[in-house]
Design a protein around this ligand. Sequence first.
Ligand SMILES: Nc1ncnc2c1ncn2[C@@H]1O[C@H](COP(=O)(O)OP(=O)(O)O)[C@@H](O)[C@H]1O
Ligand SMILES: [Mg+2]
Length: 318
Amino acid sequence: MRPAAKPNVSRETWLPPAEEPWKNPAADTPIGAEAERAVRLLHNAKGSQLPRPPHQRVFTIANQKGGVGKTTTAVNVAAALALQGLRTLVIDLDPQGNASTALGIEHRPGTPSSYEVLIGEITLQEALQQSPYNERLYCVPATIDLAGAEIELVSMVAREGRLRNALASLQEYDFDYVFIDCPPSLGLLTINALVAAPEVLIPIQCEYYALEGVGQLLRNIEMVKSHLNPHLEVTTVVLTMYDGRTKLADQVADDVRSHFGAKVLRTVIPRSVKVSEAPGYGMTILEYDPGSRGAMSYLDASREIAERADSGTKGQQA
Ligand SMILES: Nc1ncnc2c1ncn2[C@@H]1O[C@H](COP(=O)(O)OP(=O)(O)O)[C@@H](O)[C@H]1O
Ligand SMILES: [Mg+2]
């Protein structure tokens, strides 16, 4: 159940009316100090516009384990990039529709969605919805209908390339970044995402068994690469839900870094209650609590990803 709308989302996001908003006397109190931080952060984020990548970058966010932070990373990185001036699209490819929910996007049964796009009933453009919070951020929602797609797609022509073909028709929107949020499985939906994107972003939770299943994912990626999409590369790994109080989190982070090397972002996403609360209000952490550590870490992660557009890890145009 979605909680009732919260009228005043976060005291921390209150904007003082002054011309120089951070100069405010309330900053002497803890709440005031947090407000100051939030205002400063948003001010800086809006002020620091990121350069557009040389080509559109399309990422599949994949990990067949559920609950590792795929959706959270997709929506928050996308929102952070949009906040910093880039045109960004999230394609929800999980029948649960969590990314749609988190972005505050309508996805009741009957809403034009990724399902109709995949089965060829509508174009991607017809399913596009704009974020209520950022005019540069768009979403193609998922409805529960998508649950049947894995089976329906089996008998369809070019079943693995349907999303790629649909994406090709979106040229005029000129998106800088596209993120495809995958379900926790390696079925035809995830394969469609891997065929549509040159770059794979793997979120890894700083927990026991973090790397379990990643080998299988990498083998699948290799298979898609050799048969269906020669441009495919894992370019980015994000460590999520890091809890600095546990030794385990550091061990996992070290393991992942020694396995994936420079693909792992320096920024680590901390475990934070605020991050997990935000989707319940149809918001990303950047709207829900822009001054929080979670918001800052996703802004940092988005900048790192954008910086890599110019480096050797940059994928090719889809
Ligand atoms: N950094 C974080 N701190 C706290 N909770 C988080 C964080 N990232 C994700 N979560 C929560 O963990 C759960 C799983 O995350 P989610 O992004 O939905 O994973 P996936 O898409 O891989 O299944 C969700 O309830 C989400 O709100
Ligand atoms: Mg998810």
